[in-house]
Write a protein that binds this ligand. Structure first.
Ligand code: CTP
Length: 410
């Protein structure tokens, strides 16, 4: 409607300048190329929700490749990558942001040297291939229709009513990652799943559709969830729905304690992950690790967490604790401290280690006349210990320890 168009123009007007400039460039390119172009997907959804938005996705009715090559002419600092096979192109900018161009016309070659076969569809089909109604809206960017909402599937109504609704009931079978996306969007916007969508989710979980999903894609979706502000609520839904049980094979002691909600906003991804598995026994954690493919740092921190939990169960001196924990990432120690078995011990250690304020290092020791070699490490250990035990407080005292070591015949 006309009123709706004005609303959208107002929303666009309030966008950051960089984005408005891009939208104008897209509009002018469409004029030049004589094709229809639309803003689609998550950006449209978030624009209508007044949510801060990032990734721009466009759909061109026509050749996406040609459109992207014309568009890049208007974006001197952009870098164009074309994926002809998929009929898509991407433009990346120096600040790391990017925009995607997809097209409704696919040209592909059945064998090298063959004439291109062209498969043409339209915006309506493109939007129908998407996951939920709220993600299936488009905004026209052509001059004459600039700001008009294209909403074939009731996306605006579902945004207003707070519903996550699929477009057809094979949606979760076509793409099981959508099961996790449904839960993520629902909790992110405090929406609920429409009746049929919820039923289809349960049916899909029970019928074992998750088996079609690779460990890589599952992990990717899980990490998207762990990055969300509301990840604790999402985690609870993943458990309550039986999705986690279906994927991991059993109901494990995941920790998505909503009482942590206040603090969790500041937790890093790694901290969030470690806390979520912190109530599990080590053999269970191993089983979990078989069903996800974590990056190096997450995997290493998980293993460190498990092995430290074992080590800390034995009585330890301050020095032994220091040797164990000195090089361990802070987030691992933080999560261990939440365990009441270790909290007293670790708090004492952390207090002591905060007093360490070492000035000397290998280089300064050599300047003081210490021979290069294993001596250096040993002396630095001595100095560190002295700090830890509160025996020294100044650089002069540090040097005293060094001199004493050097002067003592061994
Ligand atoms: N999409 C889909 N099915 C998927 C993934 C994506 O239909 N499994 C479609 C949706 O229309 C979505 C668009 O592709 O809006 C872009 O996907 P993506 O960037 O992953 O999601 P956004 O909706 O932008 O969500 P987010 O805010 O989390 O980035």
């Amino acid at each position: 409607s006309v009123a709706m168009r004005q609303d959208i123009l107002d929303l666009i007007e309030r966008l950051p300048e960089e984005i408005k400039t891009i939208l104008k460039a897209v509009r002018d390119t469409a004029e030049e190329e004589g094709c229809a172009v639309y803003l689609v997907g998550g950006f449209v959804r978030d624009l209508l929700l007044f949510f801060p938005t990032q990734d721009l996705d466009f759909v061109v009715e026509g050749s996406g490749g040609q459109f992207a090559r014309a568009l890049i002419q208007r974006m001197p600092d952009g870098k164009l990558t074309q994926h002809e096979k998929f009929g898509t192109a991407q433009i990346t900018f120096p600040d790391g942001s990017h925009l995607d161009v997809a097209s409704t016309r696919w040209e592909y070659y059945s064998f090298p040297g063959a004439l291109p076969q062209v498969e043409e569809s339209c915006l309506r089909d493109d939007l129908f291939r998407r996951d939920f109604t709220i993600n299936s809206m488009a905004i026209c960017l052509n001059t004459e229709h600039f700001g008009e909402l294209v909403d074939y599937y009731g996306g605006k109504r579902d945004l207003q009513q707070g519903k996550i609704r699929f477009l057809h009931n094979l949606s979760f079978i076509d793409d099981p990652t959508r099961m996790l996306r449904a839960i993520r969007f629902a909790e992110r916007y405090h929406f609920s799943l429409a009746k049929e969508t919820l039923e289809a989710l349960y049916t899909a979980i029970e019928s074992g559709v998750l088996a079609k999903l690779s460990v890589e894609r599952f992990t990717e979706e899980i990490l998207h969830i762990f990055k969300e502000i509301n990840y604790l609520a999402m985690g609870q839904t993943l458990i309550r729905s039986g999705l986690f049980k279906a994927w991991f094979g059993d109901d494990y002691a995941w920790n998505f304690n909503l009482e942590d909600e206040q603090d969790s906003a500041d937790w890093s991804l790694n901290t969030r992950w470690l806390i979520s598995i912190s109530d599990m026994d080590s053999p269970v954690i191993e089983k979990v690790l078989d069903r996800v493919i974590l990056n190096r740092s997450l995997r290493d921190e998980t293993m460190t967490f498990v092995s430290l939990r074992e080590s800390l169960s034995n009585p330890l001196s301050l020095n032994e604790m220091d040797a164990l924990l000195n090089k361990v990432p802070k987030e691992v120690v933080m999560v261990l401290t939440r365990d009441e078995r270790f909290s007293k011990l670790l708090t004492e250690y952390l207090e002591a280690s905060q007093k360490i304020n070492m000035s000397l290092n290998g280089k300064t020791l050599i300047q003081m006349g210490v021979k290069q070699g294993p001596e250096i490490g040993k002396i630095l250990d001595q100095v560190r210990r002295a700090w830890l035990q509160g025996r020294i407080h100044t650089l002069e005292e540090e040097k005293g320890i060094v001199r004493h070591w050097v002067d003592t015949p061994r």
